[in-house]
Design a protein around this ligand. Structure first.
Ligand SMILES: [Zn+2]
Length: 187
């Protein structure tokens, strides 16, 4: 899902739930369950590692097809797949990857960071205790209609698109966005 995370991240499947002193999981104001700051988190803190299974692009495409089928049935439609390299993705859909619960926001308080080959969710500003943690999922523009956004930030265009491409979405009139989203396709 996320563009340019790492050229060669070494990803190990976690054996037990990833943990962090900084966070606690709970019901999200944005979508499903979310992750909250347990105490004030200083800007730049690596908050929790994003772990999962390293898979090929072909396997990632197969899993995305499954996800869309679940979405049509009204099941769990969450996306946990990151672009790691040209050949491999990271599938974070494992209960042990607590960071999978962190929601997208168009005005996020965290970012993705690679530290010595491992993917971390890092604070991009000082975060007060009790705030929900978010980062930019960075979805590609062509898929926008598949990913409605309920982040509630003032500049939210209503769909999840990487910040660098969000201007393209804003060019589409709001009524047209609603119509195409109902059809479940961007074009
Ligand atoms: Zn948003």
């Amino acid at each position: 899902m996320h563009a340019s995370v790492a050229r060669s991240a070494k990803i190990a499947r976690p054996r037990r739930p990833t943990d962090s002193r900084w966070i606690t999981a709970g019901q999200s104001a944005i979508h499903g369950r979310g992750v909250y700051a347990r105490e004030p988190i200083p800007d730049g803190t690596p908050v929790i590692e994003y772990t999962g299974e390293r898979i090929t692009k072909a396997e990632a495409a197969r899993r995305e097809t499954q996800r869309l089928a679940r979405q049509r049935r009204g099941g769990d439609d969450s996306v946990y797949i990151f672009n790691l390299t040209n050949r491999h993705d990271l599938d974070g859909r494992t209960r042990r990857n607590v960071a999978r619960l962190i929601n997208h926001s168009c005005a996020p308080n965290c970012r993705i960071e690679v530290v010595r080959g491992r993917v971390w969710i890092t604070a991009r500003r000082d975060i007060p205790a009790g705030a929900e943690l978010t980062f930019d999922y960075g979805f590609a523009f062509p898929d926008w209609a598949l990913h409605p956004c309920r982040c509630g930030s003032p500049r939210c265009p209503g769909f999840i698109v990487a910040s660098a491409q969000r201007w393209r979405l804003r060019r589409i009139p709001r009524a047209e966005r609603t119509r195409r989203a109902a059809l479940g396709r961007a074009r």
